[in-house]
Design a protein around this ligand. Sequence first.
Ligand code: PLP
Length: 386
Amino acid sequence: MQRKTGLSTKANDETNQINPQSITPPIYQTAIFPYPTDKAPLVHGHPLRYSREDNPTVLALESVVKALETDDEKADSYAFSSGMAAISSLFFSRLKPGSTLLLSSEIYSLTLSLANNLANYGIKVKVTKGNQLIESVTSETGMVFAEVMSNPTLNVIDVPALAERCTRFNAFLALDNTFATPVNFRPLEKGAHASINSATKFLAGHNDVTAGTLVGFDINDVWNWRRMLGGALDPHAAYLVHRGIKTLKVRVEAEQATALKIAKELEGDKRVKRVLYPGLPSHPTHDVAKRILRGYGAVLSFEIKGGEREALKFMDELKIIKAAPSLGGTESLIMHPASAFGGSMSKEELKIAGISESLVRLSVGLEDADDLLWDIQQALDKVIKA
Ligand code: PLP
């Protein structure tokens, strides 16, 4: 009988690694492999010889990430030293002088900076807001890049509509799936050509490693760009990401259940101006989120009454939630996008991206929901009178 295996079963399946003698992937802590030799195994179609090109521990991770993202054997999977290494390798591999790159304005600030810098190399870069992206795809467009769930406003892009438009105009669609994760959404099943994760976040999940992943079709040039740009993942880091992935589904499901609780509670609090969480009917893209996602993710953003001073004081008063510029780990983290992204985004760009001075972004971890709610309440009590 043909059965479809679930995501957690795939995440814990060790049958597709290079050394089947071990239940967990061995860490091949080596820069080099015997070469030349006719015994060198082929990895991504190339003989295994140098860890900037390939490494068996990294390959084991690439296999498991591929299984999470797609059931299509034709897809290629590459791991990188960071999410930015994945994104830059993809951009360099697919864009040439004269190509047009169309991006959503609601993406990670450094991705936007990278794209804007590519304009210096003859690439035409166009930026549009959220779902306006769909109508902006034309026969001129070479590549479209967006985040499935945007950072930090959590707008969910209508991927089926975007993919249909990209197919019509023959544009390559690359989606950053970091916030949604393969637990909630599989971009390649909905018509995207490439799915990217900053594995630093939910995939690794423990705030202890930086890494990136890319799975997709028509991306075999990426192998060469990864080795030229030098963004290969270290084998020890690959092991940590692989280990994190084994608990990805249970972590994300527990964290998003708590995120929904917090979002509902904050929406009823008079000291909070606005809560942005795609699981709330008040979110501008709730209907799209409901239609395309399995779950609404573990990140929410909210504006507290007042301005930057109040937002920063609120963060300072928190006792359990830590202020730090990341997300997706077991520890709950909070950050202030206006100051964190202010270095790489102009005031105008911040405004277009919907980032006000009092907005904070909360990544919900695995602490008990009641403790997190208590922490938020006690910090709000110190900053704003009800
Ligand atoms: N994509 C998103 C949505 C992000 O939030 C980030 C980093 O915060 C990145 C990509 C870049 O990933 P990394 O920090 O692993 O390079």
